[in-house]
Design a protein around this ligand. Structure first.
Ligand code: IPM
Ligand code: MN
Length: 348
C-alpha cells in the first residue's frame, strides 16, 4: 500500500518547536508516512501578503491528514491569520467535528481538590464550521457613537444534525454512554431550539445512550466542581471553544490539550493541532511543552487507522507524564520530545 501523505503546517511561534517534536515521535512509531512542509503563517504573510491561496488550499486537499502547530503572531493584526488561515482551513476542509479530549493523566496535577484521573475523562465534540464563527453579521456607522455591530450565529439543520450524530456514535462506543448537550437554550431561542430538537430526534437512533442537557454557564461550573458528570459533550463552536480551555485547565494545562479537526466523511483531510496557540512570549526558548502536539499526533494516527501506533504514542506520553512529578522542571521542548520518542522507539 502507498505511504500516508501528511501535510505539515508548523505555523508561528512555538508552533515550529512543538511540531518538530511531534514529527520525531511520528518517525519513531515506524508508520509509512511522507511529510511535506507548508510555511503558512505570519512569516509568509509578512513577506507576501498571503494567508492561504486557493492553489495551496487545493493542494492540501490531496493529503491524508494535516498536522498544524499554531497560528498567530504579534506582527500581524489580530484575527487575520486566525480567520483567513486557521478557520478557513477548518471551514473549507469541512472539519465539522472539533474533537477535544479532556482527560486527566495519572501523575498530572489538577487545580481541583480531591480529583482523581477517573473523575476527568471526557470528550468534547465541538462543532467546527458554524455558529458565531461563520462570520455572519455586519457593521453600520463604524467609528461613530451610533455604531451598530451585529454578529449572527449560523446554525443549520444539516450542520447541527451531523455533529450530534457523530457525538452519539462516540458516546455509544464508551463505557458510560452518556451524552451532554451544552448550549444556552434559555436565551438563544432559535439556535437552542434547533439543537435541542435535533438531540431528541437523533436520540431515538441511539437507545443505549443517556442524554442530558446543561446550559453553558452551569456546565462551566460543573467542569470545576463536578467534572465526573461528563462523558461526551456536544456543543456549538463558540461554547466549545470556551469550555475546552476550562477543560485544559482542569486536566493539567494547555501544554497537554490535544485536538483533531475532523472531517468524518473523509471528503477532505482532517487536521490535528494542539489546543494552545503560538505563545510568542516564550517562542524560541525551548520552553514549550510539545506533549499536546504529540497527543495530537496520536489522535491523527488513530484517525488514519493506525490504532496500535496511536496507542503506543499515548502510552509513551502517559509513562513520561508519570515521571514528571520528579523531573519536569528542568526539561526543554527537545528533551521532552526525545524522552517520549525514546519510549515509543523502545516500545517500553
Ligand atoms: C482554538 C483557538 C481558535 C478558535 C482561534 C485561534 C481562532 O482559540 O483552536 O480554540 O477560536 O477556534
Ligand atoms: Mn480556543
Amino acid at each position: 500500500s502507498r505511504n500516508i501523505r501528511l501535510a505539515v503546517i508548523p505555523g508561528d511561534g512555538i508552533g515550529t518547536e512543538v511540531v518538530a517534536e511531534g514529527l520525531k515521535v511520528l518517525e519513531a512509531v515506524g508508520a509509512k508516512i511522507d511529510t511535506t512542509h507548508y510555511d503558512l503563517g505570519a512569516t509568509r504573510y509578512n513577506a507576501t501578503g498571503e494567508t492561504l491561496t486557493d492553489e495551496t488550499l487545493q493542494e492540501l486537499r490531496g493529503y491524508d491528514a494535516i498536522l498544524l502547530g499554531a497560528i498567530g503572531d504579534p506582527s500581524v493584526p489580530p484575527g487575520i491569520l486566525e480567520r483567513d488561515l486557521l478557520l478557513r482551513l477548518r471551514f473549507e476542509l469541512d472539519h465539522y467535528v472539533n474533537l477535544r479530549p479532556v482527560k486527566l493523566f495519572p501523575g498530572v496535577e489538577t487545580p481541583l481538590a480531591d480529583t482523581r484521573p477517573e473523575d476527568i475523562d471526557m470528550i468534547v465534540v465541538r462543532e467546527g464550521t458554524e455558529s458565531l464563527y461563520a462570520g455572519a453579521g455586519g457593521v453600520l456607522r463604524r467609528g461613530t457613537p451610533h455604531e451598530v455591530a451585529t454578529q449572527d450565529s449560523l446554525n443549520t439543520a444539516f450542520g447541527v444534525e451531523r455533529v450530534i450524530r457523530y457525538a452519539f456514535a462516540k458516546a455509544a462506543e464508551r463505557p458510560r454512554k452518556k451524552l451532554t448537550l451544552v448550549h444556552k437554550t434559555n436565551v438563544l431561542a432559535y439556535a437552542g431550539d434547533l439543537w435541542m430538537r435535533t438531540l431528541n430526534r437523533v436520540a431515538a437512533d441511539f437507545p443505549d445512550v443517556t442524554t442530558e442537557y446543561q446550559h453553558v454557564d452551569a456546565a462551566s461550573m460543573f467542569f470545576v466542581n463536578q467534572p465526573e458528570r461528563f462523558d461526551v459533550i456536544v456543543t456549538d463552536n463558540l461554547f466549545g471553544d470556551i469550555i475546552t480551555d476550562i477543560g485544559a485547565a482542569i486536566a493539567g494545562g494547555i501544554g497537554l490539550a490535544a485536538s483533531g479537526n475532523i472531517n468524518p466523511d473523509r471528503t477532505a483531510p482532517s487536521m490535528f493541532e494542539p489546543v494552545h496557540g503560538s505563545a510568542p512570549d516564550i517562542a524560541g526558548q525551548g520552553k514549550a511543552d510539545p506533549t499536546a502536539t504529540i497527543l495530537s499526533v496520536a489522535m491523527m494516527l488513530d484517525h488514519l487507522g493506525l490504532t496500535e501506533e496511536a496507542a503506543r504514542v499515548e502510552q509513551a506520553v502517559a509513562d513520561d507524564i508519570v515521571e514528571r512529578l520528579a523531573g519536569w522542571a528542568g526539561r526543554t521542548t527537545h528533551e521532552i520530545g526525545d524522552d517520549i520518542t525514546a519510549r515509543v522507539a523502545g516500545g517500553a
